[in-house]
Design a protein. Sequence first.
Length: 293
Amino acid sequence: MWPHVWGFLYSNYFRFWLKWVLRLLTGKCELQRLLGGAEAGARRTLSIMSSFLIKSFTVLRNAVHVEEAEVEKCVRDVMKEKKIEQRDTRFKTNLHISLLQISGYKKLYLDVENLRKVPYDSENEEHEEQLIELWNLLMPNENLKARISKQWCDIGFQGDDPKTDFRGMGLLGLVNLVYFSKHYTNEARQILSRSNHPKLGYSYAIVGINLTEMAYSLLKNGALKGHLYNMVSGLPQMDHFHQFYCYLVYEFDKFWFEEEPESIMHFNQYREKFHEKIKGLLLDYNVVLTLQD
């Protein structure tokens, strides 16, 4: 009961007077203190988001929904609303970066979502080229004898034609697999080899697509905000999402072999355990989950 009472009193009474006293003592408003005191990254940007969302001023509440092209104007409007001098370049720069991160996260989600919605089309030459590129990256010493072939099972697809395995994540699943294989070729080949373990093996490509779904869901529900705000001083790009996917693939393989599941039939159980582990890591304000080239 008391925590709820304290929360009500703080939100409705004490917070106003605390802010008033702090402004009197420092000569700075809450936004100036946030942008001047907190280090760049997730802590600062997430604090600004929280601060804006509880404001009664329309300019401030709308700031967290601003598009990239409107960020500069929004910064000026916020400074005018809060009576902050335009020559305060540090405040202006820091607010600009944070608003770019916020708008960039929303745009990245839309870009990822749009790619996920594109179904794999075997009549599309670009789609087919990416699929063949995946084979060549993972199996450089073995020629693919035919487009429809049982050889696809060698890299972890379920049947003779991989296109059926992309139904859930669309083209996003293939793009992620290719990205990891292209940028971390040695690691991808090593993990593929490990996935053929006689006891602890798993279907490399199918698991990779499953991890695409995990990365997508974490982006969609906002769990990747801290990671991306720490990683990118500005607009998060598609490459940053792919990099996080690469981290998941590498770490899941380690996790799987450390856990030593009884069989692949327990995949969902261990997949969920891994998912909870990643969600726990993402709660850290200082988190950055990437592999290094």
